[in-house]
Design a protein around this ligand. Structure first.
Ligand code: MF3
Ligand code: CO
Length: 248
């Protein structure tokens, strides 16, 4: 069942989203060669605490950290760690913020120092793919329209779209209906309605879209060792179209 949210509930999620967006803005300044994702995770914990918010991922299904930190060929759910980021790396920081109950979810990929042309293009295309998807999140459209727009664009740029991890409804819990794949056919899937709140979070790979799971049972990485990037927003559907909740 897809739970539709009231304007009041959406306003609450927007507050969580604004804190999350402010946090990403600070992370963007902190990411550089030599910094560890452990330190970035500690920064996020402190940032949220100071604002009366909490990291919803910590403790979720046994996940132990406030953030997911996925480096280079890691697609998602990388653990924060004490190994320094290197010049030329890319790292995706993903987090869910809880502010007095309502949640917001957003991930950004960051470049570390000087990037290769390939990595620069991967980040640009992945971010643009997110916005192509958001553009399709109109009341009356179908969920498949979102994934189709993302897939056509990302594959047209020579990249591939991860299949095993998808966007999701969000509200009082991290994962609700609907499922939001970043691939698919136009005109297919559930009808998009006013009051829906869900994430769009394309994970885009340089090589094959296939993933494998690390022994830790969480971290997914590309099967061919090539890089993967991700941008994610939480969006609310209004009668006038999609509203991004995770920006300032
Ligand atoms: N933020 C993630 C998403 O975009 C959810 C992570 S689940 C966790 O779907 F357990 F890793 F926290
Ligand atoms: Co997320």
């Amino acid at each position: 069942m897809i739970v539709l949210k009231s304007e009041r509930e959406i306003a609450g999620m927007k507050k969580a989203g604004e804190i999350l967006a402010a946090c990403h803005k600070e992370l963007a300044k902190l990411v550089k060669p030599g910094v560890t994702t452990w330190e970035l995770n500690e920064f996020v914990e402190k940032f949220l605490k100071e604002r009366g918010a909490t990291p919803e991922q910590k403790g979720y299904r046994g996940y132990e950290y406030a953030t997911c930190a996925s480096i280079n060929d890691e697609i998602c759910h990388g653990f924060p760690r004490k190994q320094p980021l290197k010049d030329g790396d890319i790292v995706t920081i993903d987090m869910v913020v809880n502010y007095n109950g309502p949640l917001a979810d957003s991930a950004w990929s960051y470049g570390v120092g000087k990037l290769s042309e390939k990595n620069k293009k991967l980040l640009l295309v992945t971010k643009e793919a997110l916005y192509k998807g958001i553009e399709q999140a109109q009341p009356g459209n179908r969920i498949g329209d979102i994934g189709h727009a993302i897939q056509v664009y990302a594959e047209g740029e020579g990249f591939s779209v991860v299949r095993n991890f998808i966007g999701h409804g969000i509200g009082a819990v991290i994962h609700e209906k609907p499922d939001v794949p970043h691939f698919g056919l136009p005109g297919k899937g559930a009808r998009i309605k006013e009051g829906m709140v869900f994430t769009i979070e394309p994970m885009i790979n340089v090589g094959s879209y296939e993933s494998k799971m690390d022994n830790n049972g969480w971290t997914a990485r590309t099967i061919d060792g090539k890089n993967s990037a991700q941008y994610e927003h939480t969006i609310a559907i209004t009668k006038d179209g999609p509203v991004i909740l995770t920006e300032q």
